[in-house]
Design a protein around this ligand. Structure first.
Ligand code: PPS
Length: 395
């Protein structure tokens, strides 16, 4: 008993401060927890080191994606090209061979003509991208379909006719992204596009893509699902049209006849002249088929686009998965112009024909020169019909 009293006494004294200490520590702990808890909400709104690290990571990941895409493109572009020479005087008509141009910008489409078509729009690709949806509704998207060629094929007419469709929005000017401005990046390209709503298709046309070696790999890297449209025209008439355009800008150039031949006495065609080279469609198509299946490409007849615009437009609308809204009701034949025109252009109630640079009068060319050119193109045309499964009837 004595022992227990002494014991309880001895141990009771130090127990009181320990309890107090524990109580104090408990309160402090509660205070800490409370402070920590209330700080979480606040701290979350303050950019943390982790956040800025994440931003840096995301940015560098973005750059890595960009450089990965560049890597992919360089890997995708074939180093060598195999092509069966179809005519003995056909001297390596590779799309890699620099073409002999009469003007620095000869491979350009008819810019003056394109401006004509955009009279009602604000000029320049950026401006025209604004015109369709200037109220800011919708968003800018990369094109799902591109008219990639051919120069002087009737590409402007096709785009203008397609723009009548409410589910198509197109940039007016030629962006030339996949041939000239690729280094500006996809964001730059997207910015040029008009705003579109859900279900609408974004389009552009740049006819020089068809003969640009890097274009297929670059478009594939943007989206392997891109639909490609090529307006083709008899390569002989196309060459004359091309020459006519150059002549209109530079009246002092040599005659068509002298430019056509490398050696006239033996009838050797100069395939390094771009007006001739562009028309070797089978050769250029070969380059596209390395990346895109044929079913993803549509070949529009430039001739039928004039003789039966509604018929060709029906094919294009089907290909794009759209309702056939642009029909024969939209066209009339303008006797003065000598071409089909729109009864109402996009966003207007007035009739609309293409500008004066579309449908120019061609100069007279010596029949034997045209004959020799026809003969030159024949095997390539046959090959092209075979590849596309479509006889365009250029004979
Ligand atoms: N409806 C209509 N109105 C006027 N012109 C028409 C039309 N449909 C097709 N074409 C033909 O289009 C040819 C010009 O082709 P492009 O627009 O592809 O030329 S460009 O590459 O953009 O410069 C142009 O070539 P040229 O006749 O040699 O001027 C026309 O023949």
């Amino acid at each position: 008993m004595e022992y227990s009293q002494t014991f309880s006494h001895l141990h009771a004294i130090p127990f009181i401060p320990v309890k107090k200490k524990l109580l104090l520590m408990g309160i402090m702990l509660l205070l800490w927890v409370y402070m920590l808890y209330s700080c979480v909400g606040y701290c979350a709104t303050v950019p943390s080191v982790i956040d800025s690290y994440r931003v840096r990571e995301t940015e560098s990941a973005g750059r890595r994606t960009e450089s990965a895409r560049a890597d992919l493109v360089s890997k995708l572009i074939p180093k060598t090209q195999s092509w069966v020479d179809l005519e003995s005087d056909y001297d390596e008509p590779s799309v890699r061979t620099p073409s002999r141009d009469l003007l620095d910008n000869e491979v350009d489409s008819d810019r003056a003509g394109d401006w004509d078509e955009m009279k009602d729009e604000q000029r320049g690709p950026e401006a025209s991208a604004m015109s369709s949806f200037s109220n800011g509704s919708g968003s800018k998207k990369l094109p799902q379909a591109i008219i990639i060629g051919v120069k002087k094929g009737g590409t402007r007419a096709l785009l203008e006719f397609l723009r009548v469709h409410p589910d198509i929005r197109a940039v007016g000017a030629e962006p030339h992204f996949f041939d000239r401005h690729y280094d500006k990046g996809l964001d730059w390209y997207r910015e040029l596009m008009p705003r579109t709503l859900e279900g609408q298709i974004t389009m552009e046309k740049t006819p020089s893509y068809f003969v640009t070696r890097e274009a297929p790999a670059r478009i594939y890297a943007m989206s392997r699902d891109t639909k490609l449209i090529v307006v083709v025209r008899d390569p002989v008439t196309r060459a004359v049209s091309d020459y006519t355009q150059t002549l209109s800008k530079k009246p002092d150039i040599p005659t068509f006849e002298s430019l056509t031949f490398r050696n006239r006495s033996v009838g050797l065609i100069d395939t390094s002249w771009s007006a001739v080279q562009i028309g070797i469609y089978a050769k250029h198509l070969d380059n596209w088929l390395r990346f895109f299946p044929l079913r993803q490409m549509l070949f529009v007849s430039g001739e039928r686009l004039i003789s039966d615009p509604a018929g060709e437009l029906a094919r294009v609308q089907d290909f794009l998965g759209l309702k056939r809204i642009v029909t024969d009701k939209h066209f009339y034949f303008n006797q003065t112009k000598g071409f089909p025109c729109l009864k109402k252009a996009e966003g207007s109630s007035k009739p609309h024909c293409l500008g004066k640079t579309k449908g120019r009068t061609h100069p007279g060319i010596q029949p034997q020169v045209l004959q020799r050119l026809r003969q030159f193109y024949r095997p390539f045309n046959m090959k092209f019909y075979q590849m596309t499964g479509h006889n365009f009837g250029w004979n």
